[in-house]
Design a protein around this ligand. Structure first.
Ligand SMILES: NC(=O)C1=CN([C@@H]2O[C@H](COP(=O)(O)OP(=O)(O)OC[C@H]3O[C@@H](n4cnc5c(N)ncnc54)[C@H](O)[C@@H]3O)[C@@H](O)[C@H]2O)C=CC1
Ligand SMILES: O=C(O)CCC(=O)C(=O)O
Length: 420
């Protein structure tokens, strides 16, 4: 099958990972395209009236990877570099993530090629509403349920829910997750991805015999995922040495004061210039010696160039796709680094999104303790299953996680009858 419409390094990366696992699972050649290629992919153009009276037309995407196990699920990204290929790769990874964690979903992802930091709040709202308007025939609580990703947040989810509900004629909270709690959002969703990352890091530390107290961590991407993971680790006594964002990074060998940093970021919108820390580039930051390295921004940060130089005990992939296949080959020769692969590491977000969807469908809401208990139970099971396969078959943690996810989707397709 031609992949040209999806042509991008990130999509090729996701396909390469799939092909390796398909060989291992002995999936017949004739079924591989059906498992790999998106079921549906939509491109929309989004005209937005700017505050100065002019109009800009943005391009948006939504990809639904498979619908074999239920509705599709996955975030919406607002970022200047979004492409159809990137969104298709992210949707494929969502499928394997949902299957690995046992959620009744296929994967999806959406994106709009824009820089949200350059839009006023009014422009952002008009863009979100028009994008949602274009998606209305394709989304819904039983069809496809978006959520936040890079560059989007609870407010954006609230506009999506409102636009969809106005069209349908009644309130439909289950069309989107990651909403404000006051609109049917789940307690704990905002923090769930970062807390899940920190939980799995604790499990990896237990496995390796590393004590949290006095351990060190470095975080690339101090947004929703990175900042919550950092704060959760700091609460366990881990020292956060360095963090970064799109504008640059900061480093303090004695550890950063996260409370002061969060106040600074709330005021300035960046970590750059935080008093008492040295500036560091995003590239340099990845090479700082530490116990835990957390890439929590874009794809393809750990590459064939720097994989032999990173100096951590645990590589915890908060981001989707931060490690290239070339880097994977190098890391496989470095058993001293324990990998928590993306589809496991950042799955806390979609797990609590699932809880939010269930609560919305039942109009019956849970306490935060219940949400967190259920989240950690699912993460524990997924971690143990991945670790077990990694040890039993002597494959990498990424390979083990992907195998578990892909096998479940393949089996479901076979049981339903080949081409659902
Ligand atoms: N928000 C969620 O619930 C989930 C997010 N993820 C993944 O986590 C990653 C981060 O997402 P969020 O924290 O939600 O996004 P966010 O928009 O809240 O934060 C992203 C952060 O990364 C920084 N950043 C952007 N480009 C960068 C670069 N080139 N170098 C360093 N930093 C850069 C931004 O300045 C910002 O601080 C993405 O890969 C996303 O797909 C995965 C699962 C769930
Ligand atoms: O919460 C969700 O539904 C999806 C989150 C997401 O986009 C991801 O896990 O990459």
């Amino acid at each position: 099958m031609s992949t040209s419409v999806y042509d991008s390094p990130v999509f090729h990366m996701a396909c390469h990972q799939f092909d390796l696992v398909a060989d291992f699972l002995e999936i017949p050649e004739s079924l591989r395209d059906r498992l790999k290629m998106p079921r549906r992919a939509l491109t929309v153009s989004i005209p937005v009236r700017r505050d100065d009276g002019t109009t800009t037309v943005f391009t948006g995407y939504r990809v639904q990877h498979h619908l074999t196990l239920g509705p599709t699920k996955g975030g919406i990204r607002f970022h200047p570099d979004v492409t159809m290929g990137e969104v298709a790769a992210l949707a494929m990874w969502m499928s394997w993530k949902c299957a690995l964690t046992g959620l009744p979903y296929g994967g999806a992802k959406g994106g709009v090629c824009c820089d949200p930091s350059q839009l006023s709040i009014g422009e952002l709202e008009r863009l979100t509403r028009r994008y949602t308007q274009e998606l209305i025939p394709f989304i819904g609580p039983q069809l496809d349920v978006p959520a936040p990703d890079m560059g989007t947040n609870e407010q954006v989810m609230a506009w999506i829910m409102d636009t969809y509900s106005l069209q349908i004629g009644h309130c439909v909270p289950g069309v989107v997750t990651g909403k404000p709690v006051g609109l049917g959002g789940s307690l704990g969703r905002r923090e769930s991805t970062g807390r899940g990352v920190a939980y799995l890091i604790s499990r990896a530390m237990d496995t390796l015999g590393i004590r949290a107290e006095g351990a060190t961590a470095v975080v690339q991407g101090y947004g929703n995922v990175g900042s919550v993971a950092a704060s959760s680790l700091a609460k366990q006594g881990v020292k956060i040495l360095a963090v970064s964002d799109a504008y640059g990074g900061i480093h303090n060998a004695a550890g950063l004061d996260l409370q002061a940093l969060n106040t600074y970021v709330a005021q300035t919108k960046s970590v750059v210039g935080f008093p008492g820390a040295e500036p560091v580039s995003n590239a340099e930051l990845l090479l700082i010696p530490c116990d835990v390295l957390i890439p929590a921004a874009l794809e393809r940060q750990i590459t064939g160039e720097n994989a032999s130089k990173i100096q951590c005990r645990i590589l915890a992939e908060g981001a989707n796709g931060p490690t290239t296949p070339e880097a994977d080959l190098i890391l496989e020769q470095r058993p001293e680094i324990f990998l928590i692969p993306d589809i496991l590491c950042n799955s806390g977000g979609v797990i609590v999104s699932y809880f939010e969807w269930v609560q919305d469908l039942q109009s019956f809401f849970w306490g935060e303790g219940e949400v967190m208990d259920k989240l950690y139970r699912i993460l524990e099971q997924a971690f143990n299953q991945t670790l077990q396969l990694h040890r039993k078959r002597a494959v990498s943690m990424r390979f083990a996680a992907l195998s578990l996810g892909i096998k479940r989707v393949w089996e479901a397709k076979q049981t339903r009858g080949l081409y659902p």
